[in-house]
Design a protein around this ligand. Structure first.
Ligand code: ADP
Ligand code: MG
Length: 248
């Protein structure tokens, strides 16, 4: 099957007042359709930068990104908007909800750029809210009245409302206490069982434990990647052959 995501030799260099910041170095990564990948790594290592590229929110300085076989660099603005809204669901760490709008209006937002009618938009938003197990009587609440765990579930529902094949999440349990984190984790479990491709950044070992593969980024470079159960290569000292074996 065609991979969901294929990165080839991606570099990202930011131009700053202090000079150039070379944040991602030669990242090559293949994510199969239906695979669940966890990305870990220290703060500042380039995880969000990579995620923004995967979500087509940022463009690599060099290298190739194939999304379901399409070269993202060759898409026009309309096609890019369609990919961002329809093929990919992106869950931001800070939720990015509109605080003065109701839960259901937040979740319907990605549908406002489609020709979907209001009744249909509401139906789909309620379906997405059910999928994340948010009580339907919360629909009319403003999002600033919700707890952190509820806000995160609304953010996930908004990412799911167009039924994207690929779900990207930047530290989805990072701001949550452990019991709400567990509920969010259960949601990702179910999405995986539905065949969604999931890439998420996490420091949460419970998530890393259920992923098919965990990838570590350090100083903008991919380190060894382990499939579950971990690859046994105790004699390997160099990352490169092991990474190649793991399909990175
Ligand atoms: P992580 O998500 O792993 O904590 P980030 O990808 O957010 O790391 O950041 C990695 C590095 O890239 C940091 O040093 C950060 O300051 C830098 N960086 C991220 N975005 C920009 C930007 N737009 N301009 C300049 N530097 C950036
Ligand atoms: Mg980050």
């Amino acid at each position: 099957m065609r991979p969901a995501i294929e990165l080839r030799a991606i570099h990202r260099i930011f131009e700053t007042e202090a000079g150039f910041a070379h944040v991602l170095h030669n990242i090559s990564l293949t994510v199969d359709t239906g695979e669940f990948i966890a990305i870990t790594g220290p703060s500042g290592s380039g995880k969000s930068t990579l995620m923004n590229i995967l979500g087509c929110l940022d463009t690599p300085t060099s290298g190739t990104y194939l999304l379901e076989g399409l070269d993202v660099a060759k898409l026009n603005d309309d096609e890019l908007a369609e990919v961002r809204g329809g093929r990919i669901g992106f869950v931001f760490q800070s939720f990015n909800l509109l605080p003065r709008m109701s839960v259901i209006d937040n979740v319907m937002l990605p549908l406002s750029y489609t020709d979907c009618r209001r009744a249909d938009r509401e139906r789909r938003a309620i379906h997405a809210l059910r999928a994340v197990e948010l009580p339907v009587d919360h629909c009319d609440h403003r999002t600033n009245q919700l707890s952190g765990g509820q806000m995160q579930r609304v953010a996930i529902a908004r990412a799911l409302v167009r039924d994207p094949a690929i779900i990207l999440a930047d530290e989805p349990t990072g701001n949550l206490d452990s019991s709400t984190g567990a509920a969010v984790l259960a949601t990702f479990h179910r999405l995986r069982a539905q065949g969604k491709t999931i890439v998420l950044i996490t420091h949460d070992e419970r998530i890393a434990a259920v992923a098919d593969r965990t990838i570590e980024i350090r100083d903008g470079r991919l380190r060894a990647s382990a499939t579950r159960p971990p690859l046994e290569s105790p004699t390997e000292s160099d990352d490169a052959p092991r990474a190649a074996e793991a399909g990175v």
